[in-house]
Ligand binder design. Structure first.
Ligand SMILES: [Zn+2]
Length: 594
């Protein structure tokens, strides 16, 4: 093996060799062809994506004395740049030359003409490290640079540069190199070096590099050195995918996929067995737990994004498999899963018993009840009301008994899939001509209560209802909760006064009593308490109706939501009722013979 590290040995020498930054190299080539070279460039992007490499190639092209527009790599200028001894190209590390004096020395140097190239080129790496006074000194030069000078600033943190600098530069944002391009580059290098690594091993290296080609090659260096040490007598070095994954400490994807599937299937027993498998395979549970968090993040992305391949590093088949399972999982449920996994992970990282904590976390995840956003339930209630309304029309005729083919509907309490993912539930039971059950009214009333609360300026209740979710709805009691990120807000808004207001408005509107309770979603690290109702001695801030809450309400989306709802709601006006009657008459009589 050569001692020259791969990243240096394979450093691109022409724009064509640069991987994954075509949008930059093409523009720079055009600038040279059209003779429109700017005096200052700003290259931004994460480490190891080719910023200084492109800067050096650009410098070579600008100063090459050979024929053609490509650097010849043979003239004095090209050779000097390649060996790092150029008299006209200066590479300055912003991190160690941060003072005004450094910039003064640079300005002094700038005055002199280039020795044999056309330009003096200053490549300042990590330019954001310069001090403010150094930037100010530099700005004067940037305003009126000598014709023979080109600045190339490179930075991983452009937001730390004073605004006045980028405004005087042509800016190029370097992208993370896509994983398939890193894979292709590694394959090219391996075949030239006469080394074999299994394809899935190469992919694991590319993933671990997270878009940095330099990181990928440095990992590759380490793996080659390690592989050569394992088998010093081998004629040709060959490394298996498993060996690479072991080296990287990467957790097998299949085991993580099995685990999230068990969680989505609500199978805590299976989930525990999978943790056992992970233990046998010798995985580090701290690492495993971190992977689990990112997989649950992936679930949310897959659930929300039509074509998620660019955002999650999973193959098409796995994505399709997860998408099908996620179709009827609500977003609040996924948010809560993420909160649980993250809280669990924080404990796993600190604990001396990571396996036990991880086991309890997956049990919580696999037994999580689905949360249904109120607006989805309300949409379902409207459908129900329309169907009940048309049944009422048939009854109003009073001439015949209700048709068995047109049953009234009632929600099955406690049904897990009662209205998930915005789809109306298919589980219902038939009732023979009974009035609408109170629990259906109960869901309708939440929106009415929100309207009344806003009208009467019960700011705290209105704020609370904005993010409220129904946890449970049964005779005489309603349990309300909220998405985890609104826990603090909802807890402040919900106190005895809010509860009493909620209950009072309910009674006024419907002539029935109800007990309203708020159940917080699981807090970080306390997922187990989520099913426990609030203790009777509620803690809350001192009761005061400040101007602040109604101010917040005025600018909140609540207002528009409420004002837009009456149009969508079935109108109780006589016209509407008559219309329903007419329709039901028509449908009732249509099948009968003339
Ligand atoms: Zn040359």
């Amino acid at each position: 093996m050569s001692y020259l590290v791969l990243a240096r040995k394979w450093r691109p020498q022409t724009f064509e060799d640069v991987v994954g930054q075509e949008h930059v190299t093409q523009t720079l080539r055009n600038a040279i062809l059209q003779d429109r070279v700017a005096h200052a460039y700003l290259f931004t992007g994460v480490r190891g994506v080719g910023k200084t490499t492109v800067a050096r190639i650009f410098a070579k092209v600008l100063n090459c004395r050979g024929p053609g527009r490509k650097p010849c790599d043979a003239c004095v200028s090209c050779r000097e740049i390649m060996t790092g001894n150029s008299a006209d190209v200066f590479e300055i590390d912003g991190a160690s030359n941060t003072s005004v004096d450094d910039v003064r020395a640079l300005k002094e140097n700038i005055k002199y003409l280039p020795s044999h190239g056309a330009y003096k080129i200053y490549i300042i790496d990590e330019v954001h490290m310069l001090s403010n006074s150094a930037f100010n000194a530099l700005l004067k030069t940037l305003e009126e640079p000598p014709k023979h000078v080109v600045f190339i600033f490179a930075t991983t943190e452009p937001h730390k540069i004073p605004d006045t600098v980028p405004s005087r530069c042509q800016r190029f944002d370097f992208k993370r190199v896509p994983t398939p391009k890193i894979v292709a580059q590694i394959e090219k290098i391996l075949s030239a070096e006469g080394i074999t690594i299994e394809r899935d091993g190469i992919e694991a290296i590319a993933r671990a590099a997270e878009g940095s080609l330099r990181d990928a090659l440095s990992i590759l260096d380490q793996i080659i050195a390690w592989g050569a040490g394992q088998d010093p007598d081998a004629e040709r070095l060959a490394i298996s995918g498993d060996a690479v994954r072991t080296f990287l400490g990467e957790v097998d994807r299949q085991i993580l996929l099995d685990l999230v599937c068990a969680i989505l299937d609500r199978a805590p027993g299976t989930a525990l067995q999978i943790i056992g498998r992970a233990h046998e395979a010798g995985y580090d549970f701290r690492q495993f737990s971190t992977h689990l968090v990112s997989w649950i993040r992936n679930l949310t992305v897959i659930r929300l994004v039509e074509e998620p391949r660019a955002l999650v590093e999973l193959d098409e088949e796995t994505i399709g498999q997860l998408k099908r399972r996620l179709a009827d999982v609500s977003l609040p449920t996924l948010e809560q899963m993420f909160a649980l996994a993250l809280a669990g992970d924080e404990q796993v990282q600190r604990s001396e018993h990571p396996r036990i904590i991880l086991e309890m976390t997956v049990v919580r995840l696999a037994t999580l009840e689905d949360l249904v956003p109120i607006r989805e339930i309300l949409g379902y209630v409207r459908q129900l009301e329309q169907r009940i309304g048309s049944l009422g029309g048939a009854e109003a005729e009073g001439t015949r008994p209700p048709q068995p083919s047109k049953p009234a509907l009632t929600v099955v309490p406690g049904g897990r899939a009662s209205a998930r993912g915005g789809n109306p539930p298919d589980r219902h039971t038939a009732h023979e001509a009974t009035p609408p059950p109170p629990r259906v009214e109960g869901m309708e009333l939440i929106e009415r209560i929100a309207t009344v609360a806003e009208k009467r300026r019960f700011g705290r209740l209105a704020t609370f209802l904005e993010h409220a979710l129904i946890r449970k709805l049964e005779e005489g009691t309603i349990l309300l909760t909220c998405p985890p990120e609104y826990t603090a807000q909802s807890k402040i808004a919900w106190d005895e006064e809010t509860a009493a207001t909620f209950e009072r408005i309910y009674e006024e509107a419907f002539g029935r009593k109800i007990r309203a309770k708020f159940v917080p979603p699981p807090r970080h690290g306390e997922g187990g308490e989520r099913s426990t109702p609030l203790p009777s001695k509620r803690r809350g801030p001192p009761m005061q109706r400040s101007g602040h809450s109604s101010e917040a309400l005025r600018s909140s989306p609540m207002r528009s939501r409420i004002s837009s709802t009456p149009a969508q709601r079935p109108t109780p006006s006589p016209e509407a009722n008559r219309k329903i009657e007419v329709e039901s008459e028509v449908t009732d009589r249509a099948p009968s013979p003339p």
